[in-house]
Each structure stands twice: as structure tokens, then as C-alpha cells.
Design a protein around this ligand. Structure first.
Ligand code: PGA
Length: 240
């Protein structure tokens, strides 16, 4: 399976950072599928800048509703309209700060599938869940609702999973190789081996190659390091 590298800028960046990071990205070709998920406001500019390249632009969220009277929201149709190719849903920061439930995540995924956008569906356990032996059951609960959409034809070309242990995000403390490989196996057992499973949580140029060499790891979701042109370029190179 071709590796995927998804940059997640979160609420960071500016027009200057778009220029710096995306201009650097464009100078190289990579064997992996590489995308950058930028804040909504910068989507149009990023799409224009990466037009005609192998690189795709993604959003970090999408409304669970279709177009209509939902002030402040952005619909899947709009994302598609501005040339976006994918969106991240269910990131732990959205679950934590914006009270996004597993139901809402599935509704968002359904909206993306309706308009034909690829989805990166995030799952992950907290440190308390891991420490009390509930990591696996938490992940399985997050995955359980996907089966309804899979039964309606959402195949491996429509979405992938990003396993992001909450305690590894932005902490500089990536999960160990054993922890990553074990959870990716759980996820693949649950969904089927053909679904891509990315790892996210403190991925850097220094650990990207060894993480992507682990069994069951089909790529990486990169937060902080995706804002640094040199780091991100090295991670993309490590992907193939
Ligand atoms: P990080 O974030 O790479 O900065 O840990 C990953 C993510 O939240 O997707």
C-alpha cells in the first residue's frame, strides 16, 4: 500500500507560512501520497498554490450538516467546491474542546462520503484509558459505528483511520513501536487489512522512518512538524 503523509496545521499558519512550506514542498516529488490540512481560511490559497502538483489540500473539520442555517459552519460541499480533496474528522482536539461525540464524527464522515471527499478518521485513547487497560476497548468503540457506512459502500478508497493516542499528541512523546504496532493490528482486525491506518502523535523527521517501518503502519498524521518545511520534507522522504 502506498504510504500517506497528512500534515495537520491545526490553528496555526499564515499566508507567509503557506508560501514557505508549500513552495518548499513543490520543489520535490515524493513517492507517498502527501496532503496538508490547513485552516479553512487558507484552503483556497493552498489549493491554488498546489494546483497541478501531486499534493492535495485537506480541511481539519467539516460540518455534520448540509448547507443551510448553521452560522459559522462549513459544509462538505463547500470544501469540495474550493478544491479540497480530503478532511480530517474526529481529531481528539475537536472531541475534547468542542465536545464532538462519536455520533457527530460519523455524521461528518457521512457528509464527506456523500460529496466524494476522502476522510481521515481519528481515533485514540487518553492516558487514563491506557493506564486502566481500556485503550483497546475505547478504540473499538470509536470504530464500531463505521460499519454502518462501510455496509453502504465506504471502502478503503473513501477513508482511512489515524490512530492518535491522545497522550502522544503535541507532547514530544510518541507511542512506542510495540504500542503502535499492537493498536494498528487491532484496528485492521476490526475493519479489514485493506483500510489504511496512519499513526499520529509527535511524529518528527527523527522518528518518521522507524514508525512507518512498523507492521500495519500505512503512513503518518503530522501536527507540529508539518509547519516546518525542512522537517515535513524529511518526513515525506521517509515515506518512500
Ligand atoms: P503532533 O500532532 O504531531 O504535533 O503531536 C499530531 C496531531 O494532532 O495530528
Amino acid at each position: 500500500m502506498r504510504k500517506q503523509v497528512v500534515g495537520n496545521w491545526k490553528m496555526n499558519g499564515s499566508t507567509a507560512v503557506i508560501d514557505e512550506v508549500l513552495d518548499a514542498l513543490k520543489t520535490e516529488r515524493h513517492a507517498a501520497d502527501v496532503s496538508v490540512s490547513v485552516p479553512y481560511l487558507y484552503l483556497g490559497g493552498a489549493v491554488a498554490k498546489l494546483a497541478g502538483t501531486q499534493y492535495r489540500v485537506g480541511a481539519q473539520n467539516v460540518s455534520e450538516f448540509g448547507d443551510g442555517a448553521y452560522t459559522g459552519e462549513v459544509s462538505a460541499r463547500m470544501l469540495k467546491d474550493v478544491g479540497c480533496s480530503l478532511a480530517i474528522v474526529g481529531h481528539s482536539e475537536r472531541r475534547r474542546y468542542f465536545a464532538e461525540s462519536d455520533e457527530a464524527v460519523i455524521a461528518k464522515l457521512a457528509r464527506l462520503l456523500e460529496v466524494g471527499l476522502y476522510a481521515v478518521v481519528c481515533v485514540g485513547e487518553t492516558l487514563a484509558e491506557r493506564d486502566s487497560g481500556r485503550a483497546e476497548s475505547r478504540i473499538e468503540a470509536q470504530l464500531a459505528r463505521l460499519h454502518t457506512l462501510m455496509a453502504r459502500g465506504a471502502g478503503p478508497d473513501r477513508f482511512c483511520i489515524a490512530y492518535e493516542p491522545v497522550w502522544a499528541i503535541g507532547t514530544g512523546r510518541a507511542a512506542s513501536g510495540d504500542q503502535i504496532a499492537a493498536m494498528h493490528e487491532v484496528i485492521k482486525r476490526h475493519l479489514g487489512a485493506s483500510y489504511a491506518v496512519l499513526y499520529g502523535g509527535s511524529v518528527k523527521a527523527a522518528n518518521a522512518a522507524s514508525i512507518m517501518a512498523l507492521p500495519g503502519v500505512d503512513g503518518v498524521l503530522v501536527g507540529g512538524a508539518s509547519l516546518d518545511a525542512r522537517e515535513f520534507g524529511e518526513i515525506c522522504r521517509a515515506a518512500g
